[in-house]
Design a protein around this ligand. Sequence first.
Ligand code: DHB
Length: 524
Amino acid sequence: GVAAAGGTALNAQASSDSSSASSSNSLVFDPDGYTILTTTVTDTDGNDHSVTYHFWKAITYVAKPVDETYQSLIVSAPVEIDGKTVDPTNAPILFANSVGGYMPSSVADATGVGAGGMSGGGGMPSGAPTGSAAPSASASASASASASNANGNTNATGGATASNQLLALAAGYVVVEPGARGRTLKNSSGEYYGTAPAAIVDLKAAVRYVKSNMGRIPGDVERIVSAGTSAGGALSSLLGASGDSPIYDKYLKEIGAADASDAIFAVGAWCPITDLEHADCAYEWNWGSNVTQSTGKVVDQTVSKELQAQFAEYQASLKLRGLSRFGALTARNYDAYLVRQYLEPSATRYLTDLSDSDRAAYLAKNTFITWSGGRAAFTWDDFLTHVGARKKTTPAFDAFDLSAGENNLFGAGTTANRHFTAYSAKNDTTGLSGKRVASDIPEKLHLMNPMFHLVEKVNGRRSKHWWIRLGTNDSDTSHVISANLAAAANGLGDEVNHLYYWDQGHGANTDPGDFITWIAKVTG
Ligand code: DHB
């Protein structure tokens, strides 16, 4: 598998114009506007597959773009796999975003499939000052990430696992990769134009573009499966939960989104960093007993305890029931639920797959695990000790000094960073007058939270299929966030496939082949 994902242009039918996006913005997809590329995809068994595909470079997906660098998408449709002709006309569509850290994400310069799809490639620079990146700087950072990932996805040695995008292409699916505005974008007047809800509005506009081009664009627009990791996983789950919700209409109108549905068929979400206004209390409930951060700093115990108390109230208000007939989920039993539903089965799968001698060695090193009858058992407290230092300070998301990335996500106008929880506004250390969140924040929180569409205002147009994945060592957010998302969807009768990857950290995707198989199953 040496061929670069960028491949060889055998037939350059695309216009010779090298600008990154079309300037007409007619929102009519040109079925003939592709180049033909070839790539080699190494599957999860290590076998190489040669794929020839039609590639449409960046197409602006809104009629009134704010910034075409981000509001554009690329399309890849396989036509020959291992020498056999395939017809992508009615294939499922993988709609894969590459958003990380709620930052801007661009496919403007992408030259082939997989524009940034390596799992764990995104990510929020922890503790980095926010709001200072100029659009052009972000654009070039994104573009170079795209280029390296496009090439990095097919590796010369055949050792690395391919991305969702490449595996989907090799399975015969159409791959649409949208860019989206992100929180750091600032115009020449100093106004932030990529803060909430810009990214979700853009992804919805991209879905509307695809759906409005039914019959012209390759793939079955009624079988769109979204995928994303971390902030991208949050947006993927939000896209699925909020399909056709009218609360986005005014924002979609503003950017000239196509007149079509934005409901999608299924959601893939890896370590979604979502339910942000409850993430601080959920974080302390989960990681609060790990008082030391990975930096060595001991977090404020008073704040941690106050947030833990808030979590009990929040969890009770959700009235969620656990999977596997667990019953009502509360702050008191959630540890038992996580251990039984997710963590022990995760360790069991991991240990089952090891050779006898590797398993014995692992168990000798990790004596907190009882291995009996082919099953792993352990306590929550021992699990927390096993994970060790927490990644984030307290509060983890709405920092008293506005230094968290999420403070920037909720920036507006010329204000880079704002509070989005009453508790942190009250404890603000930046001189916030009134010590209250701004009046527009409650609406912005609804626009950004899948739980709003699954619990508070149940959306019948949501996705009914959910693939959710999380590493057991991931302390970027609380384990409760994914588990609540799964419980909410499951409680509505949706099909939920939620597993944890044992001993994996933030951004892990260790079963992408299973995701591809799942797509075939749920869309078949
Ligand atoms: C991401 C990570 C975070 O810790 C966070 O708070 C937001 C986003 C990310 O990797 O996308």
